[in-house]
Design a protein around this ligand. Sequence first.
Ligand code: AHG
Ligand code: MN
Ligand code: MN
Length: 327
Amino acid sequence: MSVTLQAFLRDYAGTDPRKLAVADAVSRIAEAGIAIADLVAQGPLADHFAKVRGDEANAGGDTQKELDVIAEEAIIAKLKSGPVAFLGSEESETPIPLNADGSLVVAVDPLDGSSNIDTNVSVGTIYSVLPYDAASFPDPTAALMQKGSAQLAAGFLIYGPSTVLVSTLGAGTQVFALDRASGDFILAKAAVEIAAATKEYGVNQSNMRHWEEPMRRYIEDCLAGKDGPRAKDFNMRWVGSMVADAFRIFTRGGVYIYSGDKRKGYENGRLRLIYEANPVAFITEQAQGAATDGTTRILDITPQKLHQRIPLVFGSREEVAKIASYY
Ligand code: AHG
Ligand code: MN
Ligand code: MN
């Protein structure tokens, strides 16, 4: 018998007030995801979605496309009446107030992979759920800047050939797929396990000349293949939407790499700690993988800024350890 996301969340929460709040938040984000999936599915019929908005950059300094903002609005609309006090978002400089009585804060990348919107390639939504109470934090930004290890839940949706939710509630990582006929997310994989070893890496190799020395040496050793120090041939895959690269890694192993480099603004790579690296690190670890910035476990890093960037390596744990050994 198939297990729906709703049933899974009910089972997880029981009567625990905090878990009930988390379940409600995740369920609302999943609903927003269905709305966003429908928009993404319009593809070339809505090519204005890929239009850059004015010459505005978002809070992280990237250009903002129309669908980035529409996705954020869809999430706000679903979370408005729920258990979430504030929403931190890639597309908004400061936290968005939702429900003053809420016991959670949520951080989102409303649309990951924006550069792929008009290319019919998978994009997604990433979320991180953290505990909140007004007395413990001087302001909502501080609440969103808790370490990744404080996350209560995290996950991402992928809008691709199928609409998929990869979720952790802190006890393993599950995959749910949207059944279009019933409108329900159905449990497709109860315990994701990332292969410990791999021969596949994902990196934007066009930046090689800008990389830090350890990363350049690591990739050079991979490229040397069977006759090199790694004594095996490697394959390379790079979608350019982290959610899609992550899903491939969850499916067949691999490592995703976005290290710091010498380009201006890329000193700490490209990915944002709070709403990209932390949630992906949590899901990865719950699937027996690992995530590091090269020297420190991602979930142990104390955030300094809401939109902070962080070098990110995640995936198959033996390969992640190998990369860390180059640093
Ligand atoms: P976003 O669309 O939210 O800005 O994130 C894009 C990220 C990530 O999804 C992807 O892996 C990476 O940026 C691609 O970067 P490059 O274009 O530099 O390869
Ligand atoms: Mn992103
Ligand atoms: Mn984004």
